[in-house]
Design a protein around this ligand. Structure first.
Ligand SMILES: [Zn+2]
Length: 424
């Protein structure tokens, strides 16, 4: 195809995204010409591409730019490509308006729209899974998988921790000021868009993770760059977010949110969600609430109630007791997961130890899904089969996160039961 056709096909996709109108076609063509270093669209340049794929179109435009003298360096080419793909994402005001329009029909329709947009402009990168196995364990069915493209993830802001190239601006990867921000050689992507939300009278922003560690992984961060104060309000916010997005689970990891307060979540149902309750207790103050400890390699307490006040008060009560009993010995605060099951609010309190800093672990590792990267996976994968040994090692790792390891005198189950009965 000739250059003019290539540009026209790309512009058609940009208009279809909703950010531009037919009247903008000429303007966009000239803008593209400037970006790729061309002088006229009437070039004899022969481009080969798939007109239905934004990726293929952008790659062809970058190839033309290189032909015209643009740097052939990989980082420069990626930067130009992300700028081109940015034209396929409407500006934030338009995205927010579309999101609100879809939300008026259903929450799921709104997140579907936003997810598809982020996939189309290549903001979301989904790592390729190689082998995926389900294993029966005493705790339910665990998942072990291999990732095939660790490399692709390294150049991106994996889970928000790749701050290597971030300077004073933006302050951190959860800051609003990342929206539309891109810099050559940086992990920041100009295609980032935020959905503005009012949560409990405060301004928060919803965005998908650029590294889709699990299905539709997202972050909801505060507009202010400030650490999370873990208190009853931060637990109440989980319930508020579940009301806004009942199709998702919401997770708070206080350790990760120390610099900038944020929650994460997604659509995947992890093994922990199906874990059985081992011991139930009754809390005098909350007679209608289900409370118990889970059959899980490290202690987890589950609360269930249709009453949102009970869930918030009950979680806060247990976490305060936990702090009183073990706060001095533990350096890691419990993670909290919220999900909605029909009209029930369900909260899991993950009482892990401080031995494994949460920052270094992918969320899924806590929830029953273990991923092996090509680097550490090679050792364990024999003839492309995941061995039982990998499962054993994984369960042993989860068990080592128990906070009761510090007191070898008492068994794991006895220790958590002892704590539960102290709550009654
Ligand atoms: Zn920040």
């Amino acid at each position: 195809m000739k250059l003019k056709q290539l540009m026209d096909d790309f512009i058609t996709l940009a208009i279809q995204s909703g950010g531009w109108m037919e009247l903008d076609r000429l303007y966009l063509r000239n803008k593209l010409l400037m970006m790729i270093g061309g002088h006229t669209p009437d070039s004899d340049y022969e481009a080969v591409y798939d007109s239905t794929s934004a990726d293929s179109l952008a790659d062809s435009l970058v190839a033309y730019a290189v032909e015209m003298g643009y740097s052939n360096e990989q980082s420069s080419k990626s930067y130009l490509k992300s700028q081109l793909l940015d034209l396929l994402a409407p500006p934030p005001s338009v995205v927010n308006a579309f999101f609100a329009q879809h939300y008026s029909k259903s929450s799921e329709e709104a997140t579907n729209y936003f997810y598809e947009l982020n996939k189309r402009n290549h903001y979301i990168y989904t790592p390729q899974v190689g082998k995926k196995e389900h294993y029966e364990t005493p705790y339910g069915e665990f998942v072990i998988q291999t990732l095939e493209d660790e490399k692709a993830g390294k150049s991106r802001a994996i889970d928000g921790f790749s701050t290597a190239n971030l300077t004073e601006y933006p302050k951190c990867t959860y800051c609003f000021e990342n929206e539309g921000y891109g810099e050559e050689g940086s992990a920041a992507l100009p295609t980032r868009r935020l959905i503005r939300m009012n949560v409990g009278g405060e301004s928060w922003g919803f965005q998908f993770s650029d590294w889709e560690e699990y299905k539709e992984k997202f972050f909801i961060s505060s507009e202010a760059h400030r650490g999370l104060m873990k208190n009853k309000d931060s637990i109440a916010r989980i319930a508020q977010l579940l009301d806004i997005f009942p199709q998702y689970f919401i997770l708070l990891s206080p350790e990760k949110a120390k610099e900038h307060s944020y929650y994460e979540g997604g659509r995947e149902s992890f093994p922990i969600a199906a874990a059985a309750v081992r011991t139930y207790i009754e809390l005098k103050e909350f007679p209608l609430m289900n409370v118990g400890s889970l059959d899980w390699p490290f202690p987890v307490i589950r609360l269930q109630s249709p009453n949102v006040e009970d869930i918030i008060e009950g979680s806060d009560y247990i976490l305060q007791k936990w702090q009183q009993c073990y706060g001095e010995k533990l350096s890691v605060e419990p993670m909290i997961i919220g999900r909605k099951k029909k009209n029930l609010y369900e909260i899991d309190l993950l009482l892990t130890s401080g031995k494994q800093p949460n920052e270094e672990r992918a969320t899924a590792e806590y929830l029953g899904r273990h991923s092996l990267s090509p680097v550490n996976g090679k050792k364990s994968i024999v003839e492309n089969q995941l061995s039982e040994k990998v499962l054993e090692e994984y369960v042993a790792m989860l068990k080592s996160w128990t906070p009761f390891g510090m007191d070898q005198q008492i068994g794991e189950n006895e220790a958590i039961d002892d704590f539960l009965h102290r709550l009654e």
